[in-house]
Write a protein that binds this ligand. Structure first.
Ligand code: NDP
Ligand code: PYC
Length: 339
């Protein structure tokens, strides 16, 4: 983006624009607000693989009839520390928001709470789901499975989704410690972005349709597949994500849903798992100071930065200057809001 080509939009204006697009394509006002804030938050923080770049995919899925933008999630209180939600074929974020007050009640009462979401489409980053819990003093972990595009370590056919895991913890004197990462060597969104930009990937991220290593993002997207990060270790995390997000919740495994009858469908129809813990129950009143301590040790030992720092820098800049969007991006968003 050149300086002259860029418009800086206030967060609220971007939310309004994205909300208009969601509503134009059949999302209820309530769900559209949740999704627009989530997507604008990703763009603001520089989580570009799940920011406004994703709007065309949201719209394409909605147009195909694959996802129900008006779905009303059904929240079930199933055990003292367990909440279950049927997202009813809608997006995961409205299901998550519907269950959150009960999850917070349970974690206050019991020290721990599990949220199991099924029948849901998650098309975003995971940090927006966990970071707010840490801002309220809780430790939170979430995983979600997606669409099969990752071959198991040493395997030949895709089984796993790009299956991210996000973790958030309060940290004294600073923003919470948060990481959010795919269990594939690279997120599918970043492969799409590289393909659009005509950039090669680093070696070790994917294979072509013959199972041969490739750095060409188009070869990965057209019949190829991604690899788990870190060989057999990332593989086990991807498998754990399938177990927690699908087997445990009653949602689909990443390779289990059939979207072939919905041309243009892009949003994975799976499940999501969230665990929230009250660190006060650990008996250490200085929990947040201990977290700050270990984070400082890591930095003193030479790690350049902690996860989340880049996002928070982007957020602070965007709050002052607005969210930078190229003219081309704004035109694409405007077109989505009109048709
Ligand atoms: P990245 O590899 O870009 O980043 C992973 C984590 O590592 C982030 O917390 C990041 O913090 C941190 N990090 C990156 N570089 C450094 C560094 N040099 N030093 C310290 N920390 C660092 O993420 P992925 O590409 O794996 O995933 C991108 C997004 O895609 C995630 O938000 C994920 O949830 C989403 N996703 C969603 C899926 C879905 O099904 N909904 C599927 C797969 C992925 P920071 O952000 O501050 O850079
Ligand atoms: O970037 O891997 C990804 C992804 C899959 C589903 C949503 N995002």
């Amino acid at each position: 983006m050149t300086e002259t080509d860029v418009t800086h939009l206030p967060f609220a204006d971007l939310v309004d624009l994205l909300k208009t697009i969601f509503i134009r394509h059949g999302v209820s006002d309530h769900n559209a607000t949740i999704l627009a804030e989530n997507c604008a938050g990703c763009e603001r923080d520089g989580s570009t693989s799940h920011g406004v770049f994703r709007m065309a995919g949201y719209v394409s899925s909605l147009k195909s009839g694959w996802v129900d933008g008006k779905a009303v999630p059904q929240v079930e209180d199933v055990a003292p520390a367990f909440v279950r939600v049927d997202a009813k074929g809608g997006f995961a974020q409205p299901a998550f928001c519907a269950a959150k007050p009960l999850v917070l009640d349970k974690v206050k009462q019991n020290g721990v709470a599990v949220l199991a979401i099924r029948g849901s489409h998650h098309f975003s980053a995971l940090w927006p789901d966990v970071e707010p819990f840490a801002e309220q003093g809780y430790v939170a972990l979430s995983v979600v499975n997606s669409m099969s595009c990752v071959v198991p370590h040493g395997g030949k056919t895709p089984v796993f989704g790009t299956n991210p895991l996000a973790f958030a913890s309060p940290r004294a004197g600073a923003a919470p410690f948060v990481f959010d990462q795919a269990s594939s060597a690279i997120a599918h969104g970043d492969v799409q972005i590289a393909a659009l930009a005509g950039h090669d990937l680093k070696p070790g991220m994917g294979v072509d349709s013959d199972g041969q290593p490739t750095t060409d993002p188009k070869a990965i997207l057209n019949g190829g597949a991604l690899l788990p990060f870190g060989g057999h270790k990332g593989n086990s995390i991807a498998l754990m994500v399938e177990i927690l997000s699908a087997a445990l919740t009653g949602g689909n495994f990443s390779g289990e849903f059939d979207w072939s009858g919905h041309k243009g469908a892009q949003t994975p129809f799976t499940g999501q798992f969230i665990l929230v813990i009250d660190p006060q129950c650990g008996g250490n009143n200085a929990f947040a100071e201990r977290v700050a301590g270990i984070c400082n040790l890591v930095l003193e030992a030479g790690q350049e930065r902690l996860p989340g720092e880049r996002r928070h820098k982007n957020r602070a800049k965007a709050e002052k200057e607005g969210i930078p969007l190229s003219q081309e991006t704004l035109e694409k968003l405007k077109a989505l809001s009109e048709g």
